[in-house]
Write a protein that binds this ligand. Sequence first.
Ligand code: ZN
Length: 460
Amino acid sequence: MVLELQFLGAARHVTGSKHLLRVGDDSILLDCGLVQGPRRMADAANRKLPIAGRDVAAVVLSHAHIDHCGALPRLVKDGFAGPIWCTDATADMLGMMLRDSAHIQSQDARHLRRRGHDYEPLYDQEDVERTLRLVRGVPYHQPTEVTKQLRVEFLDAGHILGAAIVVLDAHVDHKQRRIVFTGDHGRKHLPILRDPEPIPPCDVLITESTYGDRVHEQRVDMMAALARIVDEELQDGGRVIVPAFSVGRTQSVVMFLGQLMREGRLPQLPIHVDSPMSREATKIMSRHPDLFDDETRALIASGHSPFFFDGVHYVADVEESKALNQERSGVIVAASGMCEAGRVLHHLAQSIGRKQDCVLMVGYQAEGTLGRKLLDGQKQVNIYGEPYDVHCKVRSMPGLSAHADWQELLGASRHLADKCRQAFVVHGEDEAAEAYASRLRNAGFREVVVPSKGDRHEIR
Ligand SMILES: [Zn+2]
């Protein structure tokens, strides 16, 4: 009987996470994410999924980031009707994420049609609602049967609320194998979240490698760095634009700024959180205080909210968002995190030509995205198809990342080397993935593979 893995996305790339596990007669998809990047390339990849929906028995999701779950409605449109297993908190967040994704696509379609391009969204709100009816949320640590031959258990990955290290126990003929998928692996001491749980011993490891060739700054330094950057930029008479996805970094930045203001390390300043989803995401997070770390629970117990306090303002509608164009100082946190879509674009269009303004990158910027171009120091970029000269400052704080760096990742995985028969390095661009693969080999892992898209490997 078959027991094999096929890598269908986020293989030598960071977006479009999709790995197919064949157990006996069943195909189980681990993650079903959207490919993000330059429109034409991403759209082609997202439109034609590498597997037909009707051929998938079940989906197991690591977390609710769109590059891990955003292609689900397309899979459903394409005939998938099985269960989608994930943690309760991920299930809670999926509706918001997928509805927003459908909304962005319908807006894009309208925008492009007006310019004479023919564009059909990948899916619509109806596909999203059909998808949501298939979602089955389970608590962390509750072993759950996916098929007769496969059980899943979710452990806290410490990456975003609900994110999981996925533990899969497959039983085919007389062969029993434990496959662990790290999903996006978080870090110790991230604000709000609990630390990642230990990865249990396994036969097969599928590990992310986003920062497989980099080391982050420490959190203490991060608080000081954020205070310094924001202070310098305010002195300079400009405003700070922070591109951030609505779930995760947005709440971390808000919480850090709140703490810095409470401690008197920053003056009271206006913080505008401008993405329609951020307020909702923040409310959903507030509903799961049991998943917060001790520090955040203590803050709440002392009567403070980490997300809602004097000075922070969640922007409601588009008019209010446009009115922010008049704001010359303060901090604007807006999605999307890689500057590919969303309201951050019109804030960038305002700020990018102003010397005194600053764009502060706090998350990973994938190849080909506007965020990456800014980070790489391009002097001219396109926004909404128009060229803009870049005069603003572009600064970055990769240490705020919710992804482990290679030292942290290896620290969390080294103990697996003895038992692990096969390790697959995914979710990293070529250099990062290869660098991390050789570190795993040096740490004693016997067989380490960086798969390319489409590669199949038998689980031995
Ligand atoms: Zn993620």
